[in-house]
Ligand binder design. Structure first.
Ligand code: FES
Ligand SMILES: [Fe+2]
Length: 361
């Protein structure tokens, strides 16, 4: 994790964060780990979040489970064993564990051994599926955390594309890329999105959300080809803790939801997942193009984030200046207040207010 210190813009009211307070990604948060379609009934997979190796699976009854991916006997990864849709057999000595983590059988036991396998249990984690995404929670009190986001559309989902890229950069640096208007014209300046440096001054209105903030509905940017193709629709963007950007583009009765989620794999790596959902039937045949574009977007972010991470490792400081960096300041403010609330056992309350910001992008 980069040990960044943040110099805030002196003209803002957000004070500089105290050292060491909030460099880790929050543990008390739901993180996107996989697209639900990639975990079939009776299958299991190993995922790493916050440095923790977890085996997730779907029983033959379709129920999801998440267990610490470590056999309590001698530490073998359960994800390397066999799963029959009911229980996992450890690859080392064949102990069998149910989806609740409880040991069901120890094949080496004989009559007279006093051990009751049911006394041995692997740690279990909350796991959920929502809008085609699997969410994992490694903390203690999910009921106090920002909820799993709702992406739902008014109509039936006609198009769903999910792409992920693993970025060798800290969680904070990666999350900032989700709310960084200044980088779009430089990092995402492909011919098919924003061909030239056509920066314009923009005015955006923001309002607070329970665990984040919303860029209120506005006409999409004229200097982006993608938006022009859609006829410059109304778009609204939410940013939510721990690191989620959800854009809703309204096209009459229909909509496109374009969401990006950051998942901290460990202190040095962050998974960025982009999910596009729409109830627009015309988008269905375009799914391969959308997948290609989504991947290209994430790769553009990946490249610059990895380079910037190297710079932060040489000198771990950032300067957050001007209104284009205000969203980054809000992120740090939200994150710090949330960490404090969870540490002190108090209810988190968002102290951001409505604000109008201007920037050139
Ligand atoms: S390590 Fe799992 S059964 Fe021995
Ligand atoms: Fe980006």
């Amino acid at each position: 994790m980069s040990r960044s210190t943040i110099a805030m813009d002196a003209s803002t009211t957000t004070e500089a964060p105290p050292a060491n307070e909030f460099r880790e990604p929050p543990r008390e948060a739901w993180y996107c780990v996989k697209s639900a379609g990639s975990l079939a009934t009776g299958a299991m997979a190993s995922v790493t979040v916050l440095g923790e190796q977890v085996v997730i699976g779907r029983t033959k009854l379709g129920e999801l489970f998440a267990l610490r991916d470590r056999c309590p006997h001698r530490g073998a990864p359960l994800s390397e064993g066999r799963f029959d849709g009911v229980a996992i057999t450890c690859p080392f000595h064949g102990w069998r564990f149910g989806a609740d983590g409880r040991c069901r059988a120890m094949p080496t036991l004989v009559d007279g051994d006093v051990t009751d396998p049911g006394q041995v249990k692997v740690g279990e984690f909350p796991i959920r599926e929502s809008d085609g995404i699997i969410w994992l929670y490694l903390g203690q009190r999910p009921e106090l955390a920002p909820p799993v986001p709702v992406l739902a559309l008014a109509g039936k989902t006609r198009c769903r594309v999910a792409v992920s890229v693993l970025v060798e950069a800290s969680y904070d640096l990666s999350v900032l890329s989700l709310i960084d208007p200044g980088h779009v014209g430089y990092v995402h300046n492909s011919w098919w999105w924003r061909p030239t440096a056509t920066a314009q001054e923009k005015v955006k209105d923001f309002e607070p959300l329970p665990f984040g903030f919303r860029m209120k509905a506005h006409k999409a940017a004229a200097n982006s080809r993608g938006y022009r193709l859609l006829g410059r629709p109304q778009t609204e963007v939410d940013f939510l803790l721990p690191g989620q950007r959800i854009e809703r583009i309204r096209l009459g009765e229909r909509a496109i939801v374009n969401a990006t989620f950051a998942t901290p794999i460990d202190t040095r790596r962050t998974l960025l997942t982009n999910v596009l959902l729409s109830d627009l039937p015309q988008l269905m045949p375009l799914a391969p193009v959308i997948r290609w574009a989504g991947h290209a977007f994430l790769r553009q972010d990946q490249r610059i984030l990895e380079l910037a991470q190297q710079g932060l490792e040489r000198k771990p400081t950032m300067l957050l200046l001007g209104q284009a960096d205000r969203l980054a300041q809000w992120y740090f403010c939200l994150k710090r207040d949330y960490a404090a609330a969870r540490r002190e056992g108090t209810v988190f309350s968002n102290r951001l207010g409505p604000e109008r910001l201007r920037w050139r992008t």
